[in-house]
Every structure is written in C-alpha cells, then in structure tokens.
Design a protein around this ligand. Structure first.
Ligand code: GLA
Length: 385
C-alpha cells in the first residue's frame, strides 16, 4: 500500500512538474542534505551570514532553531525585540528584558550583533508623537524624545551591538521622503539627527540606512540622494541595508545588478538585511513590504497548505542559487546577508500579506532541516571557488 501510494505520488509530481527530475522533499519524503559546509563556513571569506531571531528562540523555546543558528550563522538581528514599541512602550518605561537576552546570546556565540531599528514609522507607540492632551508635539519635543531614546538604547549596548539600522524605510517608491510623523513634525533633517545621535551614543558602532523595494529605480535613486545628502553634511553612514522580502519571480537579476552598480559609488557597505523568498502567488499583485498591507484570504492563494512539491523546492533552490551567485560575485561590496527568520515555521510570510497561508521562504524547513535551497546556496561558493 505504501509502495503504491509512493509510486502514485511520484507520477503525480512528474506530471505536475513537467520535465522536473527532482522528486525529493515532496509527498512526505525526507530530503537529505549533501553539503559538507555550514553557511558561515561557505561564506567565511566573503560576508557574514545572519538570521533574524524572535523572542521564543532567544528564550530557548525553539531549541532546534537555536541549534541551526549556532551552527550556520555568525550574525543575528532581533526581529522585534529592539523596536521602539517593545523596548520603550511608555514615556518613562523601558523594557530591556528580551533585548538583553538577545545581546547576551550573540556575545556568548561570538556573533556580529545588529540592532534593529531605531527610527521607523511602524511599531512606534502613539505617545511618542503626542502630548498629554493628545495633541501633536512640536519639533523640539520630538527631537528630544528621539535623542533620549537613541541615547538610552544605543548607550545601553555600547560596544556590544556592532551595527544599527538607524532609520528604516524613510524613502517612498517615488524617491521622495515618505510622509511620516517624523517628517511632518521634525522636518527633513530628522534622518540626519537620528544618525548624529546614534553616532554620539556609540562612536564605534556601524550605522545603516535600511529599506525595501530596493530594486525599483525611484526607490534606489531616492536612497542614493538621501545618503549623498548625509555624506555631504559630514554625517557618518556606514552601510545601506537592502531588505530582501522577495519571491521566486522578483526582483529580476538585472534590476538587482543595477541597484548594486548604482549604490557602489557611494562607498558604503551593502547588506541584504531581511532575505526570504516567498513561493506563494502574489497577493493581488502586491510585491512591496509595507507591513500595514493586508489582503483577504483565498484558497487559490494558498496552494501548498500541507507540503511543498519537489518541483517548487527546485525552483526555490535555483532562485536562491542565482541570488547568492550575484552576492558572491559582489562580495567586495556586501558585508552581510541576513535571512529574515531561521526556518519556515516562524516566517512572517505565513501571515503577511495574507493571514494563515503556508509559505516556504527560507533555507530550513519547519523541522529545521536543510532544504534543497540550502545545498544550492552552499554549492554556489564551491562552484565559484
Ligand atoms: C520590515 C521591517 C522588519 C519587519 C518586517 C516584517 O521589513 O524592517 O523589522 O517588521 O518588515 O517582518
């Protein structure tokens, strides 16, 4: 009976996947990795390989994930633990419990620790922008709140957090500054101020600007303009984070190559900061990474609720290989590639931009086992070497 259903399953795959020869990792079959290298070994001469961690992992509730992190990654970013809303939920109250554990974990394991993120329009509590009567605060008040927050948070981890995403997503896809409360109340120099305060709080920490849609021309040009303006003012910017909330079919390789070529003359480090590749259909054409977007669930938009067919594993592996070839080719420019999560089970992609889907965007599956995409990534270096 088992043999029969196995044969039926295999035939089904070959039919569904056309000419695909890959039949592992589907129909409940286990995939066995053939790589002899860990991720950090594979890219040890090139760039850090990082993962975003959530609190459950830091608190030891996801032991398998932590084993993967220790084995494969040499950099960590907190998924939410250092966001304003978590760390500074009320005017006179900071909560560093989770962030302290995160930093201690990174130190214990000798990792490059990234702080994410100081100034953003999302996940920042309302009180930051309002006075006690609920009216918007003035520029000086908001600047003082920003300064106090940055000094407290960056100061606490001085010399321990090695790089900070100082400002997140300040540029819109048309290249103009995004309309946010930071911009409305303080004005355009809020970005310069954030970088200045962060530098004062820890002069040795690297400081980054981080954004999504970094393959669209308007977006990239807006970010270049922003960084040039900061550089002309003598403000320290060490790197640009290219969020990688991408998919099997976007961005195109030449779009990314163009981005890299356009950013390179700025002379700052480049990093892919939030990499994952959704294998699911686009939510009604949306391909950005605005976390406030949310679309209605539909069965056809959740095609792999139980497992991912082998041909899709192959596609994911090929796509990851293409991207890592590009990163590796540009290894002189990239200082870090960070995945947004450790394994598929905990990826935000399962809930965004449509709730309750089953996605497979990372290199490790829900059991924390390496997927074909993992082997494809480590093979890139062996082939290039
Ligand atoms: C943005 C932010 C991240 C995270 C992701 C969604 O890219 O920079 O901190 O919130 O969205 O998980």
């Amino acid at each position: 009976m088992e043999i029969q259903s196995g044969i039926i399953c295999t035939i089904l795959f070959l039919v569904i996947c056309g000419s695909a020869v890959f039949i592992g990792a589907g129909c409940g079959q286990k995939y066995t990795s053939t790589s002899t290298l860990t991720l950090k070994q594979a890219f040890e001469n090139d760039f850090y390989v990082g993962a975003a961690l959530n609190y459950d992992q830091v608190a030891g509730k996801d032991a398998d994930a932590i084993a993967v992190v220790c084995k494969h990654f040499n950099s960590i970013t907190p998924e939410n633990m250092l966001k304003w809303v978590k760390v500074h939920p009320e005017p006179d109250r900071y909560d560093f419990e989770a962030a302290d554990q995160f930093v201690a974990f990174g130190e214990k394991n000798n990792m490059f620790i990234v702080g994410h993120t100081l100034i953003w329009h999302h996940q920042t509590p309302f009180w930051v922008f309002r006075d006690k009567s609920g009216n918007p605060v003035d520029r000086e008040t908001l600047l003082e709140r920003m300064r106090e927050h940055i000094f407290t948070v960056v100061g606490r981890y001085k010399g321990r957090i090695h790089g900070w995403d100082v400002v997140n997503e300040a540029v819109d896809v048309d290249g103009k500054l995004r309309r946010t409360k930071w911009l409305d109340i303080i004005g355009e120099d809020y970005i310069a101020k954030a970088f200045e305060y962060a530098h004062e709080a820890d002069p040795n920490a690297e400081l980054y600007y981080n954004d999504y849609d970094m393959y669209k021309r308007g977006q990239v040009r807006g970010v270049i303009q922003l960084v040039k303006d900061l550089q002309e003012k003598g403000i320290r910017v060490d790197g640009i984070g290219i969020q990688g909330h991408w998919g099997l079919y976007f961005p195109a390789n030449d779009e990314l190559e163009m981005t890299i070529n356009e950013l390179a003359p700025l002379g700052v480090k480049l990093m892919v900061t939030e990499l994952e590749l959704t294998v699911l259909p686009d939510a009604f054409g949306y391909r950005g990474a605005d976390i406030s977007k949310s679309f209605k669930a539909q069965k056809r938009l959740n095609p792999y609720p139980k497992s991912l067919p082998g041909c899709m594993h192959r596609k994911l592996a090929d796509r990851y290989a293409e991207l890592f070839s590009l990163f590796h080719k540009n290894r002189g420019l990239f200082s870090r590639i960070t995945f947004w999560g450790v394994h598929d089970g905990y990826s935000w992609r399962n809930e965004w931009p449509i709730r309750g889907r089953t996605d497979y965007p990372l290199l490790f599956d829900r059991q924390c086992k390496p997927k074909p995409a993992f082997d494809a990534v480590t093979k890139v270096v062996q082939t290039d070497k």
